[in-house]
Write a protein that binds this ligand. Structure first.
Ligand code: ATP
Ligand code: MG
Length: 266
């Protein structure tokens, strides 16, 4: 995307949500967006998916607009607030994209949906309606729905926000496993800086009002990101660097131990 901007409303009431966003996502990379509440993370995902149009600049995916691209290859979208169909059961919700896309026969679609329901630890709840699930369970169902049909581009807006720490860690590991297997491009929003470092190839730090790219941090840590990587000093330094970019004041006070893009301490 080049010089992308988004303004909501007009005149005195206009809200400039994003300004001058130029960002390239490498195919099959895992990129996270972090920044203060209201800095435009959700808006950016909506622009990439084509759910909202840009007011300046444009988003291109393989040379196509989001609408053109999404026609044949629907985006996987996990919304900040689960967004399941309330009148459908968990199984029907997860199966819905498979049904719409007509992937395999009915039995294969059912099996595929059940496999992803199991993966998000919701086995036994297939026939429940969203209203009868906890917030975290609804969120897991919407993760299963987004993953089940193997989208090439996966847009995830704080997908683990409503989960307890333990489940969050498990879901993160599963997501990395699926991402490594499936080869998809993931754009991931999180408020957890360790989670961003753990999952990502690159972390995009956004500044608020209007939302702009402050810095792109390449996370040069080995994969798989096992316990040794998580406990490494480099991991902690990346988290510190992000913290200082976000909370370090307007002049962007440097991280206590700056890390070069290569991951080697500068
Ligand atoms: N449909 C809309 N109409 C008007 N203003 C909007 C709309 N959607 C978002 N905004 C404004 O755009 C800005 C960015 O909102 P956005 O939801 O993208 O932030 P965010 O970074 O996702 O925040 P959070 O971390 O709280 O989810 C905010 O100032 C918000 O009020
Ligand atoms: Mg948001």
């Amino acid at each position: 995307m080049a010089q992308v901007g988004k303004c909501f409303g007009t005149g005195a009431a206009a809200v400039r949500a994003l300004q001058g966003i130029t960002l390239g996502l490498a195919r099959n990379s895992f990129v996270s967006l972090v920044g203060h509440s209201g800095c435009g993370k959700s808006t950016l995902l909506r622009l990439v998916s084509g759910l909202e149009g840009c007011t300046e600049g444009e988003v291109r995916i393989d040379g196509l607009s989001p609408a053109e691209y999404g026609r044949d290859r629907p985006f996987g979208f996990v919304f900040q607030d689960a967004a399941l169909m309330p009148w459908k059961t968990v199984l029907e919700n997860v199966r819905l994209p498979l049904d719409i896309l007509g992937i395999g026969n009915a039995a294969a679609r059912d099996a595929q949906a059940r496999a992803f329901i199991e993966l998000v630890r919701l086995s036994g709840f297939e026939n429940r309606f969203p209203a009868h699930l906890s917030g975290g369970m609804r969120q897991r169902a919407s993760i299963a729905r987004a993953l089940a049909y193997g989208p090439e581009v996966l847009l995830m807006d704080e997908p683990f926000g409503a989960l307890d720490d333990f489940t969050r860690r498990e879901m993160g590991d599963e997501l990395l496993r699926i991402w490594a297997e499936r080869q998809s491009t993931v754009l991931f929003v999180t408020h957890s800086l360790p989670e961003a470092v753990l999952l990502s190839d690159r972390v995009v730090v956004l500044d608020p009002r209007p939302g702009r790219v402050r810095q792109v941090v390449d996370i040069d840590l080995a994969r798989p990101r096992d316990a040794a990587v998580r406990r490494s000093p480099q991991f902690a330094r990346y988290v510190e660097q992000l913290e200082s970019l976000i909370f370090g004041g307007d002049d962007g006070a440097p991280a206590p131990a700056p890390v070069a893009a290569s991951g080697v301490p500068a």
